[in-house]
Design a protein around this ligand. Structure first.
Ligand code: JB3
Length: 218
């Protein structure tokens, strides 16, 4: 499965960062799928552009792997929706691990996970489906990161941290060991987390202040 040609969904900054990682690995990218290319630079030069997600259906699910190049920000549900739509249609998502990342042989990386440049995923850690471990983030031993999460650049998790599904950890946040961050929570930029966070919370400030979000549990 590993060497199938790739279709990148999305044409923005996140997709471009993924494309560069994949091109450096000599992966074959047969198309970018986006209403418009807004990434700066010419990383997509020479790659066919498809404007509509339905164009993906022209490809047999057995013949390609998809790369979810839609980024992930709080309250934005498109990335997960696209992942679920095409999984249901029988497509597989590539797991992307940058050459500059250090990922333990004793970690478990789920389907469609993206470990970007200069990350560390340590021994015993697990990262579930469609999660982004973004640039220079560090996940230490025995952490469990749920599905559809985004650890934004420079996030640092000590050992045995549990992050449930659909959590956004913003740039430069730090989480001490043995903490649980409940599902759907948002950890604001630069927050230092020293106590477990209930589901549906929003946390902000270097000295973490916790408030409840409207519960969006379905
Ligand atoms: O935090 C970091 C380091 N990066 C952020 C990333 C994780 O998420 C970044 O700052 C952005 O917040 C976001 O990156 P993304 O998704 O690349 O954002 P943007 O640069 O706005 O690009 C969005 C791309 O998705 C554009 O090419 C849009 O045309 C495309 N797009 C929008 N709706 C879509 C759809 N593409 C497809 N295939 N289908 C859609 O429905």
């Amino acid at each position: 499965m590993k060497n199938k040609p790739l279709l990148i969904i999305g044409g923005g900054g996140h997709a471009a960062a993924l494309a560069e990682i994949l091109l450096k690995q000599n992966k074959k990218i047969v198309g970018v799928v986006a209403p418009e290319l807004i990434a700066v630079g010419n990383v997509f030069d020479g790659i066919e552009l498809f404007h509509n997600d339905d164009d993906i259906l022209k490809f047999n699910p057995q013949d390609v792997l998809l790369v979810n190049g839609i980024g992930s920000m709080p309250f934005k549900l498109l990335r997960e929706a696209i992942y679920n739509r095409f999984k249901k249609l029988g497509y597989e998502f590539a797991t992307v691990i940058a050459d500059s990342a250090i990922v333990s042989d004793y970690s478990v990386i789920g389907c469609g996970v993206q470990v970007m440049n200069n990350c560390v995923v340590n021994c015993g850690a697990a990262v579930r489906d469609n999660t982004i471990i973004n640039t220079s983030s560090s996940i230490d031993h025995d952490c469990i990161i749920g599905a559809h999460c985004h650890l934004a650049p420079g996030s640092t998790l000590s050992g045995q941290v549990v992050v449930e599904n659909n959590v956004h950890i913003a740039t430069g946040s730090n989480v001490i060991n043995n903490i649980t961050i409940g599902r759907n929570s948002i950890i604001g930029v630069g927050a230092n987390i020293t106590k477990s966070i209930p589901a549906n919370s929003i946390v902000y400030g270097a000295r973490a202040i916790v408030k409840g979000l409207e519960s969006n549990d379905s």
